[in-house]
Design a binder for this molecule. Structure first.
Ligand SMILES: NC(=O)c1ccc[n+]([C@@H]2O[C@H](COP(=O)([O-])OP(=O)(O)OC[C@H]3O[C@@H](n4cnc5c(N)ncnc54)[C@H](O)[C@@H]3O)[C@@H](O)[C@H]2O)c1
Length: 254
């Protein structure tokens, strides 16, 4: 366990489950002050309770990232509590319904865009506004996916948003590189989280097929994504910005 995040104030969106929860727990174990935002307040509060049970510090807030007002209000509450936002993990996301493009409805398309893309934009805008006022800037990590880098049949909206998150990451990184704000993305393969479980349930044998697609011969553990996010948040990656870091056991390079 490192100490690079000790005393840093860090926001994690979608921190009530899966990758967000695991990352928040790992960050708190390194001494960070966590702020957990989730549309599911009960889940966010459970993450806070887990952190506190291990002696860490965290606060929770109900926040639907697809709307700008709750995002702005949540970050303002973090400033009230911690005085600053050193790092942010923009991780909240939904998979949407599975179906090919010819069958996809306007409503299903829009729902995924609102959370996965507009939600990340709302967070980035507020984070940059806050970090520009801080002499130390900040480090932001967005959750994209391997499908932010490659195509994937049957999830057109999800894949489009994850590609867009990679593009947005590069753009915001360029905009604020001189002001000491670093912006990177993490691109996990298939992770064993509640979202992963819903994917496995789609078709019989899906989990085994997905395992076989990862050259490392297994799926990703949320804790492995957490380690990459912690590295990108910490000063150990001080000159890395605009990067999309895969955590996929070699999936996209095969
Ligand atoms: N599980 C995978 O295989 C995988 C792979 C690559 C990338 N990802 C991405 O990782 C991120 C986390 O996924 P996960 O697997 O932990 O999923 P998950 O479903 O376990 O957790 C997602 C969390 O986000 C919250 N959330 C959903 N909509 C929200 C909204 N509008 N505002 C705020 N919070 C919201 C949920 O309540 C939940 O707590 C997502 O962006 C997902 O696209 C997941």
């Amino acid at each position: 366990m490192g100490t690079e995040l000790k005393g840093k104030a860090i926001v994690v969106t979608g921190g009530g489950s899966g990758i967000g929860r695991e990352t928040a727990l790992a960050m708190a174990a390194e001494g960070a002050l966590l702020a957990i935002a989730d549309i599911n307040l009960e889940a966010a509060e459970e993450t806070v309770a887990l952190i506190e049970s291990k002696g860490g510090f965290a606060m929770a807030g109900k926040c639907d990232v697809s709307k700008s007002a709750p995002v702005d209000a949540f970050f303002d509450s973090v400033i009230d509590a911690y005085g600053r936002v050193d790092c942010a993990f923009n991780n909240a996301g939904i998979e949407g319904v599975y179906g090919r493009t010819s069958e996809y409805t306007d409503a299903d398309w829009q729902k995924v865009l609102d959370v996965n893309l507009t939600g990340v934009f709302h967070c980035l805008r507020k984070e940059c506004q806050l970090m520009l006022k801080q002499p130390t800037g900040g480090s932001i990590v967005n959750t994209a996916s391997i499908v932010g880098l490659i195509g994937w049949r049957g999830a057109p909206a999800y894949v489009a948003t994850k590609h867009a998150v990679v593009g947005l990451t590069k753009t915001v990184a360029l905009e604020y590189a001189k002001q000491g704000i670093r912006v990177n993305a993490v691109c996990p393969g298939v992770v064993e989280t509640p979202m992963g479980e819903r994917l496995f349930a789609e078709t019989p044998g899906a989990k085994e097929r997905l395992v076989s697609k990862h050259p490392a011969g297994r799926l990703v553990q949320a804790a492995e994504v957490a380690k990459a996010v912690i590295w990108l948040c910490s000063d150990r990656s001080s000159f890395t910005t605009g990067h999309a870091l895969t955590v996929d056991g070699g999936f996209v390079v095969q």
